[in-house]
Design a protein around this ligand. Sequence first.
Ligand code: NAD
Length: 479
Amino acid sequence: IPVQPFDLVIFGGTGDLARRKILPALFRRFCAGQMDAQARVIGAARAEMDDAGYRAFARDAIIEFDVDAASDAAHLEPFLEQLSYVALDAAGETGWDALQDRLAGSERIRAFYFSVGPSLFGDLAMRLHTYGLSNPDCRIVVEKPFGRDLDSARALNKVLAEHFTEAQIYRIDHYLGKETVQNLMAIRFANTLFEPLWNSQYVDHIQITVAESGGVGTRGGYYDKSGAMRDMMQNHIMQLLCLTAMEPPAKYDPDSVRDEKLKVIRALEPVEPRDVVRGQYEATDRLAGYRNEVGSRDTTTESFVALKARIGNWRWAGTPFYLRTGKRLRARASEIAVVFKDAPHSIFGSDAGRHRNILTIRLQPNEGIEMGVTIKEPGPGGMRLVDVPLDMTFSEALGPQAADIPDAYERLIMDVIRGDQTLFMRGDEVEAAWAWTDPIIEAWEAPGSEPVLYATGSSGPDDALALIHRDGRRWREIK
Ligand code: NAD
């Protein structure tokens, strides 16, 4: 379904994010017929460039980052026609008149994408107001990181709130735009099968893993100021945790969903020091270690974190959530695994205890959902049990419809135009998440506090294995 005509201004339109994600996502939506021929995309950044230059920039980006672009060559030129560019300084007055002219008289839906560093958010919000570019129906989209602790997140919320209402602010967490993550809600709330079992009575524990096989690469400078806790745990993993643990919202609408997520974050108990492990990958014969890659011999920034989270409410009391994320691990694999308790009584003898139902929501690779069930091993060998997966890899189960799973940014940008905030973070959610992670990070800042090292290609530090072994459980294999 096409969205209404819009003017989308991308501040930072020549940046890495615009090149890798935003422009290719818009192009795909254009190819899918969702972007109206009247829609306009206006790049706005510091570089001096004309419209033709920006179109060439966008063409290169699409060809580089959209694998299917070649097959949509017929769409490329018409799409580029809808792009233009304004050179402008977010922190000064240069170029704003030109943007005013560009938008003058337009009745289209207006959205401003802040694809610049957070230090410019205040400048942009203020100038959009001063130059009369904002209106009560316009939207702003802000990227992560939304602050680096509670105080800075509060300050950002405050500066945006001076000129925009909460209903106009779209804080991106691209994990929420992932198809499987939305499917988690469908699985939970559109089936009668799971919800009665979705609590501490039946669930032994939950594991959430976001593992990357790559290192920090060229992003070392940025990453070293942030680390796994700020870059992954506080936002993406926290969102996955919320969707897994939240109560059923009364309706699928932005505030009903976000209210329930907020309750989960607020119910999180403080993490005890023994329940968190901070790791850093070390050098091997072939590969540089974290410290070499970021060019600092004594950085203590973590490239891995594992922790045990506890949610203090009726549904989850006594059911731990083990969370881990890191770089240079064995494989690039992300999943949520709901591990159910053993059957209360085994009629099949000693074999039974080893079998557990596990519901796995796989984010990558091969987005899909798998339910592990125990059946009888075929053959005449007696009542022997075996675990088999009921696998629903989307691309296989749904055929061509799912072969082309849209990128998260495609979904999210269209939601901005539609005015649907359900998959965006609300200001109070972000603040509550920082309030939970801040004490962990502060403890790491104490003198002498060091991350533990782990080998490239491993599952993380030994301490992380011990964290879960202590409870008589084990991590799922990263593969
Ligand atoms: P980048 O450094 O590649 O690009 C920054 C853009 O901002 C450029 O277009 C630059 O011209 C523009 N800019 C900088 N100062 C300006 C000013 N004073 N006036 C006007 N324009 C100005 O950065 P990026 O990687 O594209 O990241 C943009 C934002 O998105 C950042 O907040 C970043 O944290 C976030 N983000 C990036 C990624 C990514 O993969 N690159 C992922 C998630 C979030």
